[in-house]
Structure formats: structure tokens, C-alpha cells
Design a protein around this ligand. Structure first.
Ligand code: EPU
Length: 429
């Protein structure tokens, strides 16, 4: 199992580049199941989760060529069964359910289990598909879904839950509705940029979709979809992570290919922290953002919310930055109220964080001190990397496989910015 050894205290300097979005690419890859024709996706990141999705699509019968530019052909799908041994490695496997059911009229997908950031149910996905006429049962831990007569039918579907809408649930229902008979209206749809990106691929494949990016999406079902080519949007969470790392180390970094328009809540918080962030070139979808920081961030209050609010996937990284803030910050997690596994690890490095329920009060300290810490989930691990880069001394982060799920060669890119970070495998440690 690999670890990262980081000797902190060096301000990051230079230029780096954001890759295609993992959370956009996963449902886009699943959407290729909707057509027998080839779907080409450009700028697919090379990540453990993407490799798992490839493995799943191949197990379902797809042919996949290329990596960064990836051509997926879902000719025949002999057995629409997503087995537990793949699903358990990646919850996002659930997004094959809608496309399989819509195209073949039946599907069997292992029910994803819990994960480090909370229980993560799929009731809204199933409720949405049931509204489209699917009959759903549970058999041996698998969700078994069937469309009577072999085809789903359009309906009005409400996808709001106690924690807001559901991103992958919206992806599942929207994808399924493209081939349903009649019109579907998704109310309380997720507004995340990844949903807009999926709608854009589906439209290029011949789907009729309006309103993606708003809480009401209307889909007029068609009889079949064709192949298409599509470039995955840039990863707003990776961009935010790199920006937070630059700010925490009091560096000066230009981050190219940032989807600035999709990051307004995060960028606004940085401005409140009095961190200098400016767009130096590019456009709102692919901007070059320069980050400069030379002191401690000002404290802020932030609450994670569905898009366009502050993203839960940047909460841990932002908290790592705020541990060095000049005062008390308040961080409230409204999407995954248990997503605070990084708090105890940050405390090992000298951070002062008091958590009560979904809220953490972060009392900024002048310095963090390196320590051995344990990565627990993808974004918590990214928060620990940021803390390690800013801390005095050496930080050893164990279990970085969590990071490899969502960041492509992060250590190489940080090294290029002057960080002292190296990957060591267990045999070396
Ligand atoms: N929820 C339900 N019922 C459902 C589905 C969700 O109650 O059927 C709840 C969840 O428990 C949570 C909230 O609704 O409290 C939002 O969950 P959502 O379904 O939106 O999450 P997701 O679609 O499973 C995606 C990202 C996550 C990201 C969330 C929220 C992917 C592959 N995953 O998950 O990304 O945190 O949206 O923005 O797109 C990550 O990249 O580290 C990550 C966890």
C-alpha cells in the first residue's frame, strides 16, 4: 500500500493543469450503454475509479479502446448484470442502472454498500426509476429492475431528499428517460455541472433534453440514440484542491483549465479569506487562474450545499487551509453530515478543530507540524496533503490509494510546483 512522504513548508510556485473531471466522466461512460454505436470521450482522466468503470463496462460486454481519448462501443450487452465485486470498489457503478434498464428493459446491479463519508442510500435513484414504470426488487444484494413491456414511460419525477437532490440519481433518471416512451419532467433535479455535461453528451447522441443545470429537467423520449464525441469538462474539485494547496503554502501558482464558472462559491470564499485569486486568461469554462497568498487566510463561515453552493467535495481541503487561518472559522457540512474523518488526523498535526454534529469550529493556528496520518476517503486525503505541504517537518500519509481514486499523479504535479513529496510503497516504508 503506497504512502506519501511530504516535507512541508515550501511555497508552491509555477504552472499546473487541471484534468478532465472524474465525477463527470463516470456517468458519461455509463451513458455509452444507451447506444450500440461508438461514443468517444476526450480528456478522460487516468484514475482508479475510471479504471473500475472500464472494468465494469467490459464485464457488461462493451468494447473500449484508448485511454485519455476513450471509445466505448456497447454493441451487444449479453448480460446486464453489474456484479458486487466491481460495484463494491466504486459506488458510482450505480450509474449503469438507468442506461441498462432504458436500453434493454431489464438490469441487475449490485447494491452499493456504505462508505467512509456516510450511509449513501440509493432510494431516490430507485424512486425515480419506479416513477418511470420500472418494477424493482432486491435479490441477493442486487437491485433487479424491469420495465414492463421492455420500455420505460415518461412521468413527472421528484428527486428531492433530506439532503437536497441527488447527483448520480439525477444522472440515472435523466439517462433512463432519454429512451422512455413520452415526456419526463425531473423536479428538484441536481444542478451540478456534471449533470449539464451529461445532458450535453446525451443531446449529442440524439436525446431531447431541456433545462439541465436547473432544478427542472424535461426529457422527451426518443426511440434510439446514436454515437457521439464529447470532451469531458475540467475537474472543478481538482482545480479547487490545487488552489487550496497553493494558498495554504503561501505560494504563487497559475492553474490552467479551471472551470471557473462552476467554482464561484469556492472562489468567492477564497476572496473572503483575502487570498488573491484572479483569472489571467481563458474563458469561464477553461480559465487560467493565478493564486497568490502571502499570509494567513482570514477566517470564514461556510456551509456545504448542492450546486451552486459550496461543494462538499472541497470541504476537507478548505478546512485544511482554514486550520492556518487568522481566527475562528465555522464549517457546516449539509450534504454528508458525517464527512469529518479528516478532523482527527488534522488534530495530529496541531490543528484546533472542535466538531459538534454537522458543524466544526476551526481555530486557526500559526503553524501545523508534520506527523504520520491516515487517509480515510478521497477528499479527506486531499485535505491531509494540503496540510502536509503547509506544515513544518515531515508528514507521512498512509493509504493514498484513496487519493489515486480521484487525482491523477498528484505527487508529480505537486513536485513540478516545488513541493517535496514522494510516493513510497510499503516495502520502502
Ligand atoms: N441521498 C439520499 N438518497 C439517494 C441518494 C442520495 O438520501 O438515493 C443523499 C446522500 O446520502 C447525500 C445527498 O443525498 O446526503 C447527496 O448525495 P448524492 O446522491 O448527490 O451523491 P452522489 O451522486 O452519490 C456525487 C459525487 C460525490 C459528491 C456528491 C455530492 C460522483 C461519482 N460522486 O455522489 O463525489 O460528494 O455527488 O456532490 O459523482 C467525491 O468525488 O469525493 C465524491 C464523494
Amino acid at each position: 500500500m503506497d504512502s506519501f512522504q511530504i516535507t512541508g513548508g515550501t511555497p508552491l510556485r509555477g504552472t499546473t493543469f487541471v484534468r478532465g473531471s472524474k465525477n463527470a466522466a463516470l456517468p458519461l461512460m455509463a451513458a455509452a450503454l444507451l447506444s450500440p454505436d461508438p461514443v468517444t470521450l476526450d480528456d478522460v482522466p487516468d484514475l482508479a475509479d475510471i479504471r473500475n468503470m472500464r472494468r465494469l463496462l467490459i464485464a457488461l460486454g462493451c468494447d473500449i479502446q484508448g485511454e485519455d481519448s476513450c471509445i466505448i462501443t456497447a454493441g451487444d450487452i449479453p448480460s446486464p448484470h453489474a456484479p458486487y465485486d466491481i460495484v463494491r470498489t466504486m459506488r458510482a457503478s450505480i450509474c449503469v442502472l438507468g442506461p441498462l434498464l432504458a436500453r434493454l428493459g431489464h438490469a441487475r446491479v449490485a447494491m452499493p454498500g456504505g462508505c467512509a463519508i456516510g450511509p449513501r442510500p440509493i432510494d431516490l435513484h430507485l424512486k425515480g426509476l419506479e416513477a418511470l414504470g420500472a418494477e424493482i426488487s432486491l435479490d441477493g444484494g442486487d437491485v433487479v429492475a424491469r420495465a414492463p413491456g421492455g420500455r420505460l414511460r415518461g412521468a413527472t419525477v421528484f428527486l428531492g431528499g433530506s439532503f437536497g437532490s441527488t447527483v448520480l440519481g439525477t444522472a440515472n433518471v435523466m439517462s433512463a428517460a432519454t429512451l422512455a416512451r413520452g415526456t419526463t419532467v425531473i423536479e428538484s433535479a441536481a444542478c451540478e455541472p456534471e449533470i449539464v455535461d451529461l445532458a450535453s453528451l446525451l443531446s449529442a447522441m440524439g436525446a431531447k433534453i431541456q433545462g439541465a443545470g436547473s432544478p427542472r429537467i424535461t426529457i422527451e423520449g426518443v426511440d434510439q440514440l446514436t454515437g457521439a464525441q464529447h470532451r469531458v469538462i475540467a475537474d472543478r474539485i481538482e482545480a479547487g484542491t490545487l488552489i487550496a494547496a497553493a494558498a495554504a503554502t503561501r505560494g504563487d501558482v497559475v492553474i490552467q483549465n479551471c472551470p471557473a464558472d462552476a467554482m464561484l462559491a469556492f472562489l468567492h470564499k477564497l476572496q473572503e479569506m483575502e487570498i488573491n485569486v484572479e483569472q489571467v486568461s481563458g474563458d469561464a469554462l477553461r480559465a487560467d487562474i493565478r493564486v497568490r497568498a502571502d499570509g494567513r487566510p482570514k477566517p470564514v463561515e461556510l456551509t456545504t450545499q448542492p450546486h451552486p453552493g459550496f461543494p462538499t467535495d472541497l470541504q476537507a481541503q478548505t478546512m485544511a487551509l482554514l486550520t492556518l487561518g487568522d481566527g475562528h472559522s465555522v464549517v457546516t457540512e449539509k450534504i454528508f453530515p458525517e464527512r469529518f474523518l479528516h478532523v482527527a488526523e488534522l488534530a495530529r498535526m496541531g490543528a484546533q478543530v472542535f466538531r459538534q454534529g454537522p458543524t466544526a469550529v476551526v481555530s486557526g493556528v500559526e503553524r501545523l507540524v508534520g506527523a504520520p496520518v491516515m487517509a480515510s476517503d478521497l477528499r479527506a486525503s486531499a485535505g491531509l496533503v494540503i496540510a502536509g505541504l503547509a506544515a513544518e517537518g515531515t508528514t507521512l500519509i498512509n493509504r493514498v490509494y484513496h487519493l489515486d481514486r480521484g487525482y491523477e499523479r498528484l505527487e508529480t504535479r505537486l513536485t513540478d510546483l516545488g513541493a517535496q513529496i514522494k510516493r513510497i510503497d510499503q516495502a520502502d516504508s
